[in-house]
Design a protein around this ligand. Sequence first.
Ligand code: UDP
Ligand code: GLC
Length: 397
Amino acid sequence: MKILFLDQSGKLGGAELCLADIAQQFHATSLVGVFAEGSFPEYLRKRNIPVKILTQQTLQVQKNSGFLAGLKSLNRLIPLITTVAQLSKQYDLLYANTQKALVVGALASLLSRRPLVYHLHDIVSPDHFSTVNRRIIITLANRAALVIANSQASREAFIQAGGHGDKVHVIYNGFNLENYLHCANQREHLQAELVSILPQLEDRTPPFIVGHFSRLSPWKGQDVLIEALQYCPHNVTALLVGDALFGEQAYGQQLHQQIKSLNLEHRVKFLGFRSDIPQLMTACDLVTHTSTAPEPFGRVIVEAMLCGTPVVAAAAGGAVELIDHGQTGWLTPPGDAKKLADIINTCQQQASQSKAIAQKAQQRAIQSFNLAATNLQISQLLSRISNCEINNIRNPS
Ligand code: UDP
Ligand code: GLC
């Protein structure tokens, strides 16, 4: 099957990591068209996945943009739509992975008469999108032959916003299990390595390392973890992994100020963007997910489970589908720093129970989020779409 994948982002976020794993299986016949140069196309090249940068123009529209910004950008999108329409004639289908890719892909698919698939990685709600952008997403996605939603939560929000439920299939992100299980076997070594880069406590107490692995963005709620540190013993240390990917540097500054005003400089370490997530997660005592708006899926939650590291997540969106509270991890109300601190403290005090929960979570994640299985589901759905389209061309009604 020949697929033209489309993604607007030059940066490597969760939706891009997910797409790379899907595109890998079609690499011999397919192409990933990206709307900007950057770490994402570089990542694809390293994995020998064909990639093409489709425009040199910066597309400015944000998730909360209004009507006028949308109109202005449409002007800039026209040459890109024409390019994609031409290119897509060499492929069986168009696969849009992000919101702007959906706009370009939907209009190009009309021109080239190729079926459109939309991978929905977002919760289409006022928490995340302006009214105009929600309308655009729903109108265009309703024209697609298939919508793949990354969780039930994303599917439900899509339907509530006016999306056609009959074309939405929920397929969770899949993960290459070996990357994580291999690290889980080297836990002690990885922990010692991580402890060696942290400042030593005066009384030589070993640190209890709480990891946070997300881009720096207000809705990812790193500030909630920092606030929670105040209610935790002095050896609890936060490790913040991730960078501001989408122009949210001001939030990074805000976090530094918060840390200073709470006198927590010696208890928080920023590592920036890292490519060794499984190693770092394995070395943590606990992984926290603190999104203050519903998380569409939450790759970091599953990754922590696969590493066998206990995980606590904010109870909203896809996160509640991933964790069974008290069985395979913990859920706390979004934005509630005190409840988060309670879980951090319980996890530190009851190490053997936490370990048992993490082991159960690891087994659950191995069963439910295996990349080989999710890729098979996706390729079966895509074959159905492209066969159906070929039949329509041969036997027009
Ligand atoms: N990630 C990474 N390096 C970092 C921080 C995060 O590779 O420094 C990865 C992380 O392991 C996860 C992805 O980025 O796979 C983020 O996906 P998630 O679904 O958690 O959130 P998103 O940022 O896509 O909303
Ligand atoms: C998006 C969502 C995130 C999800 C990822 C992969 O980036 O914000 O929750 O895990 O896509 O589907």
